[in-house]
Ligand binder design. Sequence first.
Ligand SMILES: [Cu+2]
Length: 367
Amino acid sequence: MKRTSTMKQFSLNSRSIMIFSLIVVAAISSIFFVFPETIKAQSEEKVFVTHTGGIVKTTGEIIDPLYVESTMEFDPMEYLRDFDYGKTSPLPDGTTLREYTIIAEDDKIMEVSPGVFYNVWTFNGSVPGPTIRATEGDTVRVNFINNGSKQHTMHFHGIHPAEMDGVFESVGAEGGRFTYEFVAGPAGVHPYHCHVMPLEEHIVHGLYGVFIVDPKEGRAPADEMVMVLNGLDTDFDTENNFYAANTIPFYYQHHPIQINTGELIRIYVVNMVEFDPINNFHLHGNLYKYYPTGTDLVPSFYTDMITLSQTERGIMEFEYQYPGKYLFHAHKVEFSEKGWIGIFLVSDDDSDSEQETPTGDTNEYGT
Ligand SMILES: [Cu+2]
């Protein structure tokens, strides 16, 4: 009796389970039929090749997982020695006009660390924007186009008329234009950045770059580089998650900067880190002459360590006597361990300087 009843019950249960399963399958199929893209987007694991050559798979657990059309690539090695002198033409008074076109956008996605995608706001498609370079006394004309979805401006540090300060004349979204024009000066290294409120938001998303004004008498020939010290708040909690020289954490550690013994190295360094009150720059196996803001031709310090507050900047000059690998990094160890660290690979032989020698994934800092 008991067995028959159990069998009957089992048969009933299995029939109900079967009917229930059919309903569930039919329901899921109909959802897929109605919303096929939704299902696909949620379940499909995307595969990415990162800038370090690694393979990353994601289903969207990280910020902006989709490697969309507007995803941008950035090569810190190319940025390092890339200077934009503008389009030059002579003016009637014998001075030089340098014209630049700068386009702001705020919809790009960038892989800032392997697998971490972040919405960057850019000048000419990169963070930092192009390094604008002129000589003291040149007329700088910047044709600014705002193709972003928010108002933006360009505010240059330096000497210029009030209406060229990029603060009170917000440039409208979706194609707004403004022409900034001023005489380049004083000689030195200056930042430029968007000055629309909330300022912190417009800066930390990446709307900044470097403006170099060369002295009329020039500087001694050197292997010149630009390093923008920046931080990335990828989870929007007003604390930086990553730090870097030129945006990509650890980049110059894995791709050492090749330089030569006995050659003058000149670095234009600008601190654009927000949220943290200070940053610093320590060089190994050497000391450098330091020119704060680059405005004086006589160095103020001979040191291996400078401390920089927001937008503080200067020029470092040094030569290596001995070949080998030398670290440079923030001596605020938290910053170096979160990406602000690099290596100079110093060679005795000029012919080696063309090749990059990645050091692999070893943490050279010894942690
Ligand atoms: Cu802005």
